[in-house]
Design a protein around this ligand. Structure first.
Ligand SMILES: N[C@@H](CCC(=O)N[C@@H](CS)C(=O)NCC(=O)O)C(=O)O
Length: 240
């Protein structure tokens, strides 16, 4: 039995981490039985979630989880796709993880209103007198991380422009198809769904959410995959 170590549903999403949503989407797509454990963060081998345990073998990082499922359980999430399409899908997936993600983090952590109704709650269990200081220190560290990554060096207007281009490129690739690369779901759909649904999350306000909402096909795509893989959750967002 596979155990997925996750943060747990929050903000109307299956998980506050798009990487955890991606890993859970892959598990659901695999059809393998799994359970969720919300207590594993302190033991995360890379200090981050998600990771899984598969019959005692620990695999950390959503990409290695995918590779493990493919190799260990003989699953090809991209079955039937040409090597060109596999390449495009992988590139889009990494654009979501290594580019769009940081714009999402910026708006969740550095926008005061979003932080207060979102990540601030990660610290609710910190004892009262310490809580403000811990929140302040973690937020300051996040600002430094965004600066080191590079996205934090841009103005928010520039970030929006980059976010707009990334979302437009996903929407253009998707076009009128039901899934990113055509009529069949592929591995990258787990990722694109996870990151776009996280951006569309109505709990948070941001210009990039508004930009994503303009793409009716992206909104419909997220709602379609949510319905297929996470049917108990509320719709991502209605098209505007
Ligand atoms: N490359 C990793 C990224 C995972 C990741 O960044 N997880 C974040 C949540 S979105 C995390 O656990 N952060 C906790 C921390 O950095 O302390 C993957 O694909 O799984």
């Amino acid at each position: 039995m596979i155990t997925l170590y996750a943060f747990g549903p929050m903000f109307g999403l299956p998980d506050p981490s798009p990487f955890v949503i991606k890993a859970e989407a892959l598990l659901k797509m695999s059809g393998l039985p799994y359970r969720r454990d919300l207590t594993g963060f302190s033991k995360a081998p890379k200090g981050k979630l998600p990771y899984i345990s598969d019959d005692g073998k620990i695999i950390a990082d959503s990409s290695f989880i995918r590779l493990h499922l493919e190799r260990q359980h003989a699953i090809d999430f991209d079955a039937g796709m040409s090597s060109r399409d596999r390449g495009i899908a992988w590139a889009i997936e990494k654009m979501c993880e290594d580019h769009l993600y940081w714009i999402l983090v910026n708006y969740r952590w550095l926008d005061d209103a979003n932080f207060a109704k979102g990540p601030a709650h990660f610290f609710d269990s910190v004892p009262g007198p310490m809580r403000g200081l811990v929140k302040h220190m973690v937020r300051r560290q996040m600002r430094k991380t965004l600066h080191a990554q590079g996205i934090g060096r841009h103005s928010w207007a520039e970030m929006n422009e980059l976010g707009d281009l990334a979302l437009a490129s996903i929407a253009a690739t998707l076009g009128e198809q039901p899934y990113l690369m055509g009529a069949k779901r592929c591995g990258a759909d787990a990722t694109v769904f996870a990151f776009v649904a996280s951006i569309l999350c109505p709990h948070f306000d941001s210009p990039v959410r508004t930009l994503a909402e303009r793409h009716d096909n992206l909104v419909a795509y997220c709602n379609r995959i949510k319905q297929e893989l996470f049917p108990d959750d509320a719709p991502v967002q209605s098209a505007t």
